[in-house]
Design a protein around this ligand. Structure first.
Ligand code: FE
Ligand code: MN
Length: 334
């Protein structure tokens, strides 16, 4: 029997999950399951009152809410389509596929979250769901990711040569490292800052749940990339590493442009310079996570973001009510 490998292995039986080789994929699956949640669990009553009140939120605050709804509402679907139509097709290993099914479900929950927010707040869906076309700095982020994956979207694309493996890893970097690992994060900081200020707390909690899911998606994507590189070491040329690093640097520029546009003046104790620093800081973490040399050397200006990501089960970080969203075997009654 030939050794299991993720790509280019005709011996892989997608229906035979045991014995399992990639234990990290199994662990990410379990971590996903233990973070189970649905948007309807979050009460939006106070948000509705704050959103409808004439002067509770400033114009700039409303703009940040709208822009992040606009960006995330379509970005979640973009990611889901890429997983199902491209990644699932080529990653035939069963334990990785089990995780991809879990992730696809979570992306459906995230898509549902923005439907729920639009419905409860009475936002104009035509405005929200066209922002990826009408707002240039949102459009550019989406286009950048789509362009990184053009060639493998071709239905005739097959993974045979090292160049094909590079194309595929390039796609994984586009979606996991750049879309989920960089392009989501200025938005996360903005929306979680609302939560810290007790404004639009329901929306902020929804983003907090999404952030926790996304941090697992990102970890899976990085492990998948690292495993493919380990199994195909000849693809990891200096030229390819430079190409990926350059793409990540370009993504940092686009994310900073988005933050400047969404938040032209400081609000909620945030200023654009701090968000720019945060984007550079997380880009360095992403580079290191896939074995590349960091570029920027910034400190984390928002250490509270790491605490939110790391807290698995706790009294809600900002609120008085207890948030208990671990379920099943991982539930830990106190
Ligand atoms: Fe998502
Ligand atoms: Mn995701």
């Amino acid at each position: 029997m030939s050794e299991k490998s993720i790509l280019r292995n005709s011996a892989t039986d997608p229906n035979k999950i045991l014995p399992m080789k990639y234990k990290w994929a199994r662990q990410h699956y379990k971590d996903g399951v233990s973070n189970n949640w649905t948007p309807e669990e979050v009460n939006m009553q106070q948000d509705v009152e704050q959103w409808k009140a004439k002067d509770f939120l400033t114009e700039d605050e409303r703009r940040v809410v709208m822009w992040n709804m606009g960006f995330f509402s379509t970005a979640e679907s973009l990611t889901a389509n890429n997983i199902v139509l491209v990644i699932y097709k080529h990653v035939t290993n069963p334990e990785c596929r089990q995780y991809l099914l879990r992730q696809a479900y979570e992306e459906a929950v995230h898509t549902d979250t923005f439907i729920y927010c639009c419905d409860t707040l009475g936002l104009d869906p035509e405005e929200i769901y066209t922002m990826y076309e009408t707002i240039p700095s949102i459009h550019e982020k989406d286009e950048f990711v789509i362009n990184m994956t053009k060639s493998i979207m071709d239905p005739n694309f097959e993974i045979k040569t090292d160049a094909d493996v590079q194309e595929f890893v390039h796609d994984l970097v586009g979606y996991y490292i750049i879309m989920e690992g960089i392009f989501f994060y200025a938005g996360f900081v903005m929306m979680l800052s609302f939560l810290r200020q007790q404004k639009m707390v329901g929306v902020g909690e929804q983003f907090q749940f999404i952030l926790r899911d996304e941090s697992v998606h990102l970890a899976f994507g990085a492990d998948l990339i690292n495993e493919i590189v380990k199994e195909n070491p000849t693809i990891w040329t200096d030229e390819f590493k430079n190409d990926i690093t350059d793409k990540i640097k370009k993504a940092v520029e686009l994310e900073i442009a988005y933050a400047r546009d969404a938040l032209p003046r400081g609000i909620l104790g945030l200023n654009v310079e701090a968000i720019e620093q945060y984007v550079r800081y997380i880009a360095d973490r992403r580079l290191e996570r896939i074995g590349l040399v960091k570029v920027y050397g910034d400190e984390n200006p928002f250490p509270w973001m790491s605490e939110i990501i790391d807290l698995k089960k706790e009294k809600n970080f900002f609120e008085t009510r207890v948030t208990e969203y671990q379920t099943g075997a991982n539930l830990d009654w106190e």
